[in-house]
Design a binder for this molecule. Structure first.
Ligand SMILES: Nc1nc2c(ncn2[C@@H]2O[C@H](COP(=O)(O)OP(=O)(O)OP(=O)(O)O)[C@@H](O)[C@H]2O)c(=O)[nH]1
Ligand SMILES: [Mg+2]
Length: 174
């Protein structure tokens, strides 16, 4: 039986603890879980995106943990990944500061030229990272920055589509 997709890509969601990574993945698969449960190691979901009349991409989504004891496992998923969502919480500066190291790890471990976007999530009250600061940081690394609102009305699939487009653009430029 022929697969119903023309392309298969991996996406790794990475970022400091409790920045909404699992929430983001659950939104992709239309699951909403109100209760916080830390991710143990790595979680997995799939999502299929129709790009145009000829291209349909199936995405393997890997939701990772940033706990140190899972570092080795998490990093092993970086190698074969075509795309990354780096998440931080705009209300928690430490989570933003960790993004630099994550970008370094992606550049060091991932093959080729993966598609990467930075997402600032809003979990909490007081903003500690300004929009301009985040945009400037992303610009420095030539990646796009998006902010998602805390009311969870944002559609995670929009960002997935942007990543898939980027994967195709990066491939054309290789
Ligand atoms: N207000 C608000 N809360 C959110 C949002 N995203 C996630 N949360 C909450 O923040 C907590 C952490 O979310 P998770 O998605 O589990 O975070 P995580 O990054 O997967 O956490 P770890 O697996 O421990 O690294 C949960 O209680 C979520 O319900 C958001 O956009 N807005
Ligand atoms: Mg999680």
């Amino acid at each position: 039986m022929n697969p119903v997709y023309s392309h298969l890509f991996n996406l790794v969601i990475v970022g400091a603890q409790k920045t909404g990574k699992t929430h983001f993945m659950n939104k992709l698969s239309n699951q909403i879980c109100e209760r916080y449960e830390p991710t143990i190691g790595v979680d997995f979901a799939t999502k299929t995106v129709k790009c145009d009349s000829e291209k349909t991409a199936k995405i393997h989504v890997w939701d990772t943990s940033r706990e140190e004891r899972y570092d080795k496992i998490t990093r092993s998923y970086f190698r074969g990944s075509h795309s990354f969502v780096i998440m931080f919480n705009i209300n928690q500066i430490e989570s933003f500061e960790k993004c630099k190291k994550i970008i370094g790890e992606i550049n060091e471990i991932a093959y080729g030229n993966p598609a990467v976007i930075l997402i600032g999530n809003q979990i909490g009250e007081n903003r500690e990272v300004s929009f301009d600061e985040a945009v400037e940081f992303a610009y420095q690394y030539n990646i796009a920055y998006y902010e998602v609102s805390g009311d969870m009305t944002d559609d995670a699939e929009i960002y997935l589509r942007k990543l898939v487009q980027l994967i195709f653009i990066n491939r054309e430029n290789e």
